[in-house]
Design a protein around this ligand. Structure first.
Ligand SMILES: [Ca+2]
Ligand SMILES: [Ca+2]
Ligand SMILES: [Ca+2]
Ligand SMILES: [Ca+2]
Length: 230
């Protein structure tokens, strides 16, 4: 097969991947994200939720973080989390963070020294099981194919103790703008809509053994650059 033929084949494959249907009944969903805090972002986290009625093994699951700004039509995965080896019980959560001393209920911590979760504009987060896209959202703008339904209007706010959270907790209609709004920071517990005054989140009195999670988790970071927005 000549070079031109290979390119055509790759192009056809990408069309099929982009046209892949979302699983509207995926039990594991992206439930809350916090990518922006005051000063250097050191308490960023991702919260997943098991909306099903049984424990689910995350073998083969991964979360990708996607930078949409470099080239409009070719978003770049800048960080990826392999979740193999973890389980989530029914109606329970899994929290991914950098420093477990700064994020309560963190299950999967690693060392990035903050700023590992880009602030936008138009970035995205996606949950896969093997090659199937189970759930995704873009933030601070649309980013195909990761925006579900309408692009989210709400943004994280570094001046308040807020995140982007599913309100109602755990509910996924596959429309980012309907499903997410600003919430008070609640890693590892049910989301609460922002109602004017969110209190500073609690942190772990006794941090989880971060190093043990790190070496057991198989994380691999790609191009972990980050930038701040004012
Ligand atoms: Ca950030
Ligand atoms: Ca925040
Ligand atoms: Ca979804
Ligand atoms: Ca939560």
């Amino acid at each position: 097969m000549n070079h031109h033929g290979l390119s055509s084949l790759a192009y056809a494959s990408s069309i099929i991947i982009c046209g892949m249907t979302f699983n509207s009944h995926a039990a594991i969903i992206i439930n809350e994200i916090d990518y922006d805090q005051s000063g250097i972002d050191k308490a960023e986290f991702i919260e997943l939720f098991n909306s099903g009625n049984s424990t689910i093994s995350l073998d083969g699951y991964r979360v990708d973080l996607i930078n949409g700004t470099k080239k409009a039509n070719s978003p770049i995965v800048y960080r990826s989390f392999d979740l193999s080896g973890f389980n989530i019980n029914a109606n329970d959560y899994l929290v991914i963070c950098d420093d477990a001393a700064r994020v309560v209920n963190c299950n999967y911590s690693f060392t990035a020294n903050g700023n590992w979760f880009q602030n936008g504009v138009n970035d995205a987060i996606a949950l896969y099981k093997n090659k199937s896209l189970l759930d995704s959202m873009s933030y601070e703008g649309a980013l195909s194919p990761f925006t579900e339904g309408d692009a989210l209007a709400a943004e994280d706010d570094s001046t308040k103790f807020v995140s982007l959270a599913r309100i109602t907790n755990g509910f996924d209609s596959n429309n980012n703008n309907l499903d997410f709004q600003r919430g008070c920071i609640t890693p590892g517990s049910a989301n609460i809509a922002e109602a004017g005054n969110c209190l500073a989140p609690q942190v772990n009195a006794v941090p989880l053994p971060a190093a043990a999670w790190l070496f057991g988790s198989g994380i691999f970071g790609l191009m972990g650059f980050a930038r701040r927005k004012e």
